[in-house]
Ligand binder design. Sequence first.
Ligand code: GLU
Length: 296
Amino acid sequence: MNAQTRPYRGRFAPSPTGELHFGSLVAAVGSFLQARARNGRWLVRIEDIDPPREVAGAASSQLKTLQSFGLVPDEPVIFQRQLGANHQQALERLLATGHAYPCGCSRSDLPADGIYPGTCRNGLPPGRTARSIRVRVDDEEIAFVDGLQGMQRQNPARQTGDFVVRRADGLVAYQLAVVVDDAASHITEVVRGADLIDSTGRQLHLYRCLGLSAPNYIHLPIVVDEQGEKLSKSTGADPIQRCNATTALRLALRALGHEPPAAKVAVADQLDWAQRHWQLTRVPRGPVAIGVQSDR
Ligand code: GLU
């Protein structure tokens, strides 16, 4: 069955690298409302597979923040770190089928454009030892229709070249883990921020290599401050930190093209209104700027 005919399952997948920021709230709200509109289930997966980037306590604080907005998953929260056996199995499969190979290059061996030139593609050059594992990509276009952004054409060979699926520090790379875990959770539609749209081609390539059925994708607009700076970079402007929950939710809904009537003040009322009025066609495609006045 393809993603159209399977029961709808969506998810929100934050990395526990700090407090939930406003851009993530927009992704969480958008994925939640889209799942509700499709009578589907909405899951939360904490992407905690990168201990060097993890901030202690961030996962539980993100979950608490989600809860304060009424964003409660329909199934127990999934912690990506507990799924290591699946990731390992996928790595082995990629190696066994010749889609992946050991690479002995370090970052300093890469050209300035960052595109991997294929140095270890046909075997490790003499004197090199394996550091990471890369997936082979051919020079071909991967096309997909994004539910919001429309037709997308990407060519991973020209964007990144053969890309890393197991890092030199032994950790599984995001690109592989996200594919394996979304497939294991039977996710039918990935709704996330447009900052991740460029990695979708690589992820679709992995679905194909692993013989897994790929989800549909919706990439929500990035939120910027009035100077056009991505909000996560200018944390001082983050409405989650500066405003109370009702204002932050109102701003998130506004960023998604939905404005609850002024009389809907409580978080639960706003979310309830949004569930009844959600229309993907109202969501803007491009970066949306929000002005934030602190109301704390
Ligand atoms: N964990 C990723 C992040 O927080 C998002 C993964 C995804 O939605 O595909 O940026």
